[in-house]
Design a binder for this molecule. Structure first.
Ligand code: 5AD
Ligand code: SF4
Length: 365
């Protein structure tokens, strides 16, 4: 007799209730979900994996999210900003090695000096690559004017995770104040769309208090907001954060990884042609976590190009891998993982989300 999971996959009816059933599937049934996701990935995005060289520009952050190791309230990390020559060197490395794009990520800062610094970097990176290196930003909530300035300076994709689409859960994992406002975060996502970015979002998986219903709604949220890209990964506790006190509520790490892989697969199945990252947090829970994510439907990998001396400073969660790994080694490892997942690297291409290109061409008809 076919299982309920195979019936749902066959029917392609992804209601909230069905998504919950799929999210609760055991290890064996999960393989069916991964297979379906692999078929859809092959058909809609192919087997190319795109590299985005990641530069963790600064760990200075004005926010105080309860889960994050670099929150303002944590006095332990040594705060840093990567210097301009170092950023340009990393960008040149990405360009010379055929990465189509880079991602610049940082803690959230809204001061003029930082905004201008990012703008200068964007212009210089565009110049050094003859306009050929694509640039994604991940710098939190900013004003429309800032988003526009950075877009005009050369960024064309932006990642802003909603973290959870459940408003109540959002306020359990963030302070309740004007700097951590759920509606403002939603508004920021629509501003990014309005300015013209490829818009990415994502959630953490396996948070304390989070249910399968919440995750099913997260998948529906991505669809409703018609996102172009996603970065999702397991929540990983950090002892120097307030959320650590709820660690006894967490599911075991293997289960958190399996659930994260199911989220990747279900997003691939429900949205088909979006770009999905195999995130570092997946690799934290298992050595081959990113390879597993590629098999489950992901098609983007972000090799870390942050200068090694800063890496210890960007510990969002515990046991984050790669803090002392040379870039060359990490890329060789990645290539091996990609090949063993039956994929190839799309060198020298931007690898923009097909979802975005499709929406653009449809809106011009
Ligand atoms: N575990 C997993 N992911 C985390 N992030 C921050 N802290 C953690 C954590 N403890 C993620 C958030 C944020 C991104 C930059 O890192 O989703 O958007
Ligand atoms: Fe800052 Fe982002 Fe960490 Fe929140 S998750 S404290 S905004 S770096």
């Amino acid at each position: 007799m076919p299982s309920r999971v195979s019936e749902i996959l066959e029917s392609e009816l992804y209601t909230k209730e069905n998504l919950v059933t799929l999210l609760n599937a055991g290890t064996e049934d999960s393989e069916l979900i991964f297979q379906k996701a692999a078929e859809i990935k092959e058909k809609f995005v192919g087997n190319k994996v795109f590299f985005r060289g990641l530069i963790e520009l600064s760990n200075i952050c004005s926010k105080n999210c309860y889960y994050c190791g670099i929150r303002r309230g944590n006095r332990n990390p040594v705060r840093y900003v990567v210097t301009e020559p170092e950023v340009l060197e990393a960008a040149r490395y990405a360009f010379d090695n055929g990465f189509g794009s880079i991602v610049m990520q940082s803690g959230e800062r809204i001061d003029k000096r930082f905004i201008a610094y990012v703008e200068t970097l964007l212009k210089k990176i565009k110049t050094l690559s003859g306009d050929r290196l694509g640039i994604t930003l991940s710098m939190g909530e900013q004003t429309e004017e800032t988003y526009r300035r950075w877009f005009e300076a050369g960024a064309h994709r932006y990642l802003l995770r909603i973290e959870t689409s459940n408003r109540e859960l959002y306020y359990k994992i963030h302070p309740q104040d004007a700097r951590h406002d759920y509606d403002q975060r939603l508004e920021a996502l629509s501003l990014l769309r309005k300015v013209g970015y490829n818009v990415g979002s994502g959630v953490m998986i396996g948070l304390p208090f989070q249910t399968s219903e919440d995750l099913a709604e997260d998948l529906q949220f991505f669809k409703e907001h018609d996102i172009d890209m996603a970065g999702m990964g397991p929540y990983i506790e950090h002892a120097e954060t307030p959320l650590y006190k709820h660690r006894d509520l967490l599911m075991p790490k293997e289960d958190r990884l399996l659930l994260s892989l199911k989220m990747v697969a279900l997003l691939r199945i429900t949205m088909k042609d979006v770009n999905i990252a195999a995130t570092t947090a997946m690799q934290t829970l298992a050595k081959d976590g990113r390879e597993k994510a590629l098999r489950a439907g992901a098609n983007i990998i972000m090799p870390n190009l942050t200068p090694l001396k800063y890496r210890e400073g960007y510990l969002l969660y515990e046991n984050k891998p790669g803090t002392n790994e040379q870039v060359e080694d990490s890329i060789r490892n990645l290539e091996n993982q990609i090949h063993s997942a039956g994929c190839m690297v799309g060198y020298g291409e931007w690898g923009d989300s097909r979802h975005f290109s499709k929406r653009q061409s449809e809106s011009q008809i």
